[in-house]
Ligand binder design. Sequence first.
Ligand SMILES: Cc1cc2nc3c(=O)[nH]c(=O)nc-3n(C[C@H](O)[C@H](O)[C@H](O)COP(=O)(O)O)c2cc1C
Length: 436
Amino acid sequence: MPIYEPVLLKNMSQPGYTGSLKDYEKAGGYRALRTVLGKITPAEVTHLVMKSGLRGRGGAGFPTGVKWGFLPKDYKGPKYLCCNADESEPGTFKDRQLMERDPHQVLEGIAIACYAIGVETAYIYIRGEFVLGANILESAIAEARAAGYLGKAVLGTDITIDIHVHRGAGAYICGEETALLESLEGKRGLPRVKPPFPAIAGLYGKPTVINNVETLANLPHIVNRGPDWFAAIGSPPKSSGTRIFCVSGHVKRPGNYEVPMGITARELIFEQAGGMRSDKPLKAFIPGGASAPFLTPAHLDVKLDFESVAQAGSMLGSGGVTVMEEGTSMVWAALRLTEFFFHESCGKCSPCREGSSWLVQTLRRIMAGQGRMQDLETLTDLCQNIAGRTVCAFGDAEVSPILSTLKYWRHEYEELIRAAEAAGPAELLMPTATRH
Ligand SMILES: Cc1cc2nc3c(=O)[nH]c(=O)nc-3n(C[C@H](O)[C@H](O)[C@H](O)COP(=O)(O)O)c2cc1C
């Protein structure tokens, strides 16, 4: 099995590494911040990040340096950076490990980004359930402030960089960048209509950059080892760098694996994660979190990079790879994920709010052995009327488990329905779907 050099998970894989400031400094930590602060211009740092080819690890894969470049150039008022640590996508658990085990790597990344885009105040919006991660980050921020890496006059310069941790209240939608901003402002987390984009009118109406934890954690390494080093890893030019894949489900060794982008799904699942847990054949996998369409064994040789996964009809998304073995009911799998999306629909857009309820009710009916063939058309029609018709990408996400299972495993839906039909007419079961 090939062994890859970890970048983001390197420190924490060293025996005895605690994530303290002392340990981080011993491992070369905050060297990158010293390199850039007051020595390289902010524009040069942005250029460096553009040159590295770093793309966002939060889901959409937007080029990080390009995003920073959208901030108005001569804006004099306050601007903000938000580190998206909401990580609520089922099957995704990498940001949590980065924050809990090597918090200063994340803080250094945030500080470098703040310098590059001229921001004095950054917020880490962390999922409420990550109590440990939030506590660790708060202690790390205090340590970094005391050591002069954060606060006023960072490292003896006239630059101010402060970071605050904001704990969410447990809503998946608050990972969507504009819902995150609303929540951070103390309002209910509902996505905003774009444009204007956050780069122009974000937090408190001011120019704002939102970046994922893993995206930001890459910055110290890009500075230390150079953009060419980073650009050469993985599948250049469009998918550079390593990626932390969170492998879960029916594998022998679930966990986070940091590998160069572009290794195949087969290698990740069968070599890195040890293969199927019970040696039953693989039936399905999700390559990028619950929002990403399912793929099949025929896709095992697809390279896990942005383009290849998109060409295969799915997306790299949040890096959550969920593996399912032969024997898994794909209708049940679609139902479980749809129940999640139904529960988390924020209610702003009618197609998603109402449609998710109908999706759950119809799927539950099919699973309960009371489906009708017509239900499959109803499901498809509902999905088509949700996708692309909502303010944010949640609508697209919630239909992917259904559309992709209908695409590859329609026969499983049909078998359940045929069995129901053969059993004769039954009292129509339409369980009401309630949000708790
Ligand atoms: C419903 C929904 C949930 C999201 N959840 C997260 C999340 O938990 N963490 C995250 O980084 N991005 C999440 N995103 C993507 C963010 O909107 C945004 O694109 C990302 O934080 C940008 O950072 P990046 O450019 O570094 O990837 C979500 C998007 C949607 C539509």
